[in-house]
Structures are given as structure tokens and as C-alpha cells.
Write a protein that binds this ligand. Structure first.
Ligand code: AOF
Ligand code: ZN
Length: 364
């Protein structure tokens, strides 16, 4: 199963909206074949393992299959894996975790048991869950996993009072951001940020860290989602955003623009829970597993105050910008310490001259 978990990770830049899944098939202590899920629409992990056995004339009947997610039981973009394991007369299937997708949800396990396969569940389950935080968030919470990234100075500023912010973090940190973007289903920003930085919000192969193990030919551009409630991003504007090929979704509260060749308008009616509603829509209608947010302090506080931030990723550079600079978060009007937002540090490490820290909400 540890091997299957490692295999699953090989899909992490390409599998969205599908989960990362790995599969290893063994018999008498010998590895027969293996597979992982690379891309939605292509073979699932089990199907790829079975296909590789067939290609090498290897008989998998009577074998044991280790798979990091319950084999599917439905016809989606591809046929059911549980049935493929039954048809190939596998004797035993060890599964790390059930697939919470309501189209599967235990039915894969049940159909294999009905066919007489010995099925075991729960091996390395917590590690398997960590493979797919975004997919699990979309299916279980009906909203994407939200990862908010901010780059700041030692004194917690994200720009000068006049708005200048290029560059606070180092070239190495910006390269790490490219890798984080590549892992995400979507990159979320605001019209203000797009206009201020003329941001493209894409993944650029030549800016990825040299050490990455990403197949550039398989590079998937995340969906770009821009909050544009004042209809500031006109299709005729000369924006780098419009030059890139990947999809742009404009989140608006009324249909200012008909969807055009450059962007699709997603309408979320005005309400107190607007941001939450927008997130549910992105998960349920657009299959967005996780969003990587790059925006300014005001939007950062709006997300925080809506309790939507699942991870806070801070790149802190060793520079000082002064108290008149722009703060990480906009004003929140707190007047009691108990109202503050508390975090727990998950990981902290050096990236070039900077420090990258990942926080998750504190449970206390
Ligand atoms: C598996 N093995 O490797 C993966 C599974 O549209 P489809 O056919 O690709 O089905 C997508 C769903 O199948 C996905 O939402 C999840 O429930 C499951 N993914 N299942 O047996 C795999 N990737
Ligand atoms: Zn499947």
C-alpha cells in the first residue's frame, strides 16, 4: 500500500477533478503490475495496472490488489474498476479508504464481496486521505479546499502605500508558487489584482523549480477564477489574462457580461453568504477540488471572515516596508482578543532567502 500511495502522487499535477489513486497487484510476494490515475477521461489506477499486466502477458488471477481508493462501481468517463477486478479473477483486494463519491460510496466494495473477492478496508487510510484533500473537500463538504497565499515583508506588509509590490518575495519563492499553481484545480484572484498587476495567473513551465519532476507536455493549466463584482474586466481590455488559453470564470453577482470567447460568467446572487455560495457552486457545478488564492489584503480578510480559508501559505521575505505599507489583511474591526483568527503551523521551511510557512486553522 505504501508503494501504491507513492504511485498515486505521480498524478498530482494532472488528475484534477479526479482523485490521485495508486494500485499495485502482487502474487506470492511478487509484484505483477502497477498503475496510477493520470488524467480524468483516461484509465483509472486499477485499469492501468490491469492493462499493463495484459500488455506483458501476465496472469493476475488469484492475485492481491492494493489500491489507495475504493475501486469504482459506476460508468463515468471510464468503466467500473470493481467489475474489471472481478472479471480478472483477483482473489483479494486491500483498499485504503472508501470513495465518498455518492456514485460509488461502498458499492464498489459490495460488488467485489458479492463476487467472492476477499475485501479488506482501512490500510494506511489517513495517508490515503492526505493524497486528496481537494477531492475530499469537494465531495464531502461540497466546497473546494481553499488555500490562501500571501507574500509579505518581515513587518507583515504586502506592498508599499502606493501599491507597489514587485517584488517582495524572491525568484525562488515565485518559482515555488508556480509549482503550487500547477497542483491546483483553479487559481482565484480579484479584478483589482488582475488590473493592478496585469496578472496572467497561469503556470509557466520555464519558471517552475529546476528540481520539479513534472512532465511539461502533460502540464495542465488551472482554471482561472476572478471575482469581478463591479464588472471591471472588459473583454476588449488589453489584459495578459485574456492572452492565455486556459478557461477564465468571472464571478459576478449579476449577468453584466454575456459569457464571451474569453470568459464565462458565473452568476452568484448578492447575499451575505456570497463567497460561500460561490465556493459551493465552483465545487458542485464546475468540479473545482481546490483553489489557490492570490489576491490582496481586502479579499484575504473577506475570505477569512467567511471562515473559508483551509490553509494559509505565507512567503515572508527578509525586507522591511514600514508601517505605512499595505497589510497582509484588511481592517477587521476586532475589539477583543478572543475574536482574533488563530492558526496552527503545519510546516515552515526556507526557500532561497525567504521563509514559507503553511498554517491551518487552530482547533482551540
Ligand atoms: C477508481 N480508480 O483511479 C480513480 C477513481 O469519470 P471517471 O470514470 O473517471 O470516474 C471518476 C470518479 O471515479 C471519481 O469522481 C472518483 O469517484 C472515482 N475515481 N476510482 O476506482 C481511480 N481515479
Ligand atoms: Zn475506477
Amino acid at each position: 500500500m505504501a508503494m501504491a500511495l507513492r504511485l498515486a502522487k505521480r498524478g498530482q499535477y494532472t488528475s484534477s477533478p479526479n482523485p490521485n489513486v495508486g494500485c499495485v497487484i502482487v502474487k506470492n510476494g511478487k509484484l505483477l503490475c502497477q498503475g496510477f490515475h493520470q488524467q480524468a477521461g483516461c484509465g483509472h489506477a486499477e485499469a492501468n495496472a490491469i492493462a499493463s499486466a495484459a500488455a506483458n502477458n501476465i496472469d493476475i488471477s488469484g492475485a492481491t490488489c492494493y489500491v489507495t481508493l475504493e475501486p469504482c462501481s459506476h460508468f463515468g468517463r471510464t468503466p467500473p474498476c470493481a467489475q474489471a477486478l472481478i472479471d480478472n479473477h483477483v482473489a483479494r483486494v486491500v483498499v485504503a479508504m472508501t470513495d465518498p463519491n455518492p456514485q460509488v460510496a461502498g458499492q464498489g466494495l459490495a460488488s467485489m464481496r458479492r463476487a467472492g473477492i476477499q475485501v479488506e478496508l482501512g490500510l494506511l487510510e489517513s495517508q490515503a486521505r492526505l493524497l486528496n484533500p481537494g477531492f475530499l473537500s469537494r465531495i464531502e463538504r461540497k466546497r473546494p479546499l481553499v488555500r490562501l497565499k500571501l507574500a509579505c515583508s518581515i513587518d507583515g506588509k504586502i506592498g508599499l502605500a502606493n501599491g507597489q509590490s514587485k517584488w517582495i518575495s524572491s525568484v525562488q519563492s515565485r518559482s515555488d508558487v508556480q509549482l503550487e499553481r500547477a497542483k491546483s484545480s483553479a487559481i482565484l484572484s480579484t479584478a483589482n489584482t488582475v488590473l493592478a498587476d496585469n496578472a496572467s495567473l497561469n503556470v509557466r513551465g520555464d519558471e517552475l523549480p529546476k528540481s520539479h519532476c513534472l512532465d511539461l507536455n502533460a502540464l495542465r493549466q488551472p482554471t482561472r477564477i476572478i471575482v469581478d463584482r463591479q464588472n471591471q474586466l472588459l473583454p476588449q481590455a488589453n489584459l495578459k489574462l485574456w492572452n492565455e488559453e486556459s478557461q477564465v470564470l468571472l464571478l459576478q453577482d449579476q449577468p453584466y457580461q454575456a459569457s464571451n470567447s474569453k470568459a464565462q460568467t458565473v452568476c452568484v446572487p448578492q447575499s451575505k453568504t456570497w463567497l460561500k455560495d460561490a465556493m459551493s457552486l465552483l465545487a458542485c457545478e464546475y468540479e473545482i477540488n481546490d483553489v489557490w488564492v492570490e489576491a490582496g489584503g481586502h479579499f484575504a480578510s473577506a475570505l477569512l471572515q467567511s471562515n473559508l480559508v483551509d490553509q494559509l501559505i505565507i512567503y515572508q521575505a527578509p525586507i522591511v516596508l514600514g508601517g505605512d505599507g499595505l497589510s497582509l489583511f484588511g481592517a477587521m474591526g476586532l475589539d477583543r482578543m478572543e475574536q482574533s483568527f488563530r492558526w496552527q503551523c503545519l510546516e515552515s521551511r526556507r526557500i532561497g532567502p525567504d521563509i514559507k510557512t503553511t498554517y491551518i486553522p487552530s482547533l482551540e
